[in-house]
Write a protein that binds this ligand. Structure first.
Ligand SMILES: [Zn+2]
Length: 96
């Protein structure tokens, strides 16, 4: 690994970002730009000392493939929810 000095842009590798289910539904500011993040069910996190939320704009900048996956996941989620509603099934993920 080459040593890198801290520039004005924080070096973030695509592998530093992960998709996680946001169970606490926080809307903490983005760890990279400080913008408020969307408290949806599935979010991007920056793996550091402790996982920190990352907004979609920063995620797209550093790991576009992950953001596309997130978009796919939320599109599928919306689709499934609509299907459930049409057939009258309770879509809340509370059934055990
Ligand atoms: Zn950001």
């Amino acid at each position: 690994m080459t040593e890198r000095t801290e520039g004005e842009v924080r070096a973030v590798l695509p592998t530093d970002l992960v998709i996680r289910v946001n169970v606490t539904l926080t809307n903490d500011p983005c760890a990279l730009c400080g913008e408020p993040t969307d408290p949806t069910g599935i979010d991007l996190y920056l793996l550091a000392d402790k996982p920190a939320l990352v907004c979609h704009a920063c995620g797209f900048l550093h790991a576009p493939a992950l953001v596309r996956l997130l978009d796919l996941a939320s599109a599928a989620n919306t689709f499934v929810r609509a299907e459930y509603e049409m057939s009258g099934v309770q879509a809340d993920e509370k059934h055990s």
